[in-house]
Design a protein. Structure first.
Length: 242
């Protein structure tokens, strides 16, 4: 044990920490400082959060800045994956209703994903490895290699994929930016719709809407089964060659 401690190289350890990890650490540290400085006000904020109308009124005080700030947060989530994306989508529907919340979420996510794709396409692996885990990128890059639009539609629609890195993965494949945009637009629709609905209506959804959502999920799952075996085989090959 002491030998391992003695051989531990601090400088090399910190050099191996990715940029995205440092960003998350910095964001976490700043959040802790903000919470500590405003601890007395948190109770009042929690009281406001209990009332949707109060939240809307509070955000409304910022005018156009409210949706802009939320859109910026969603954009950052896609690019650096430091914030839970589904939570922001839910908040968008909760604050601005289904239609406005959905449009804000979907459009911002698509734009951010396309930017992320172009970053990976132009800068290549050296920069991507600084932003995202090298192991995760290499693993999914082998799986996604030579895949088309359908694969990336599923990768954005289903929770079994690491959505936060798939835009980078797509940028490292041979898929064209135009074809990726198609997958980007379609693939982000289901989650944006579902989370905006959940945020806007919660448990107040009608039986018809609930049934429609369930049926939609079943259709997506059945379509996925057509491609699952091929993806699983590629994953096995990838893990075996690691």
């Amino acid at each position: 044990m002491f030998k391992k401690i003695k051989n531990f190289k601090t400088k090399e350890y910190f050099q191996n920490i990715s940029t995205s990890t440092w960003v998350k650490i910095l964001i976490g540290f700043v959040l802790i400082l903000i919470i500590a400085a405003n601890w007395a006000k948190i109770g009042d904020l929690l009281e406001i959060v209990k009332d949707r109308e109060a939240i809307i009124e509070t955000i409304g005080n910022y005018g156009a800045l409210g949706p802009v700030l939320l859109a910026f947060a969603i954009f950052l989530q896609v690019v650096i994956a430091a914030i839970p994306g589904h939570l922001l989508m839910f908040a968008s529907g909760y604050l601005y209703g289904f239609t406005n919340g959905f449009m804000l979420t979907w459009i911002t996510t698509v734009i951010a994903s396309q930017v992320t794709f172009l970053i990976a396409r132009k800068a290549g692996k050296p920069l991507v490895y600084r932003l995202v885990s090298k192991e995760a990128i290499d693993k999914w890059n082998k799986v996604a290699d030579k895949q088309g639009i359908v694969f990336f539609i599923f990768s954005f629609s289903l929770p079994i994929f690491p959505v936060d890195i798939m835009s980078y993965v797509a940028g490292l494949t041979s898929l064209s930016a135009r074809r990726y945009l198609v997958a980007n637009l379609i693939g982000h629709l289901p989650v944006a719709i579902l989370m905006s609905l959940a945020g806007a209506y919660g448990l107040e959804l009608s039986i018809g809407s609930t049934i429609a959502i369930v049926l939609f999920g079943i259709v997506i799952f059945i379509l996925w089964l057509r491609y699952q075996n091929n993806i699983e085989k590629k994953l096995v090959v990838t893990q075996g060659g690691a």
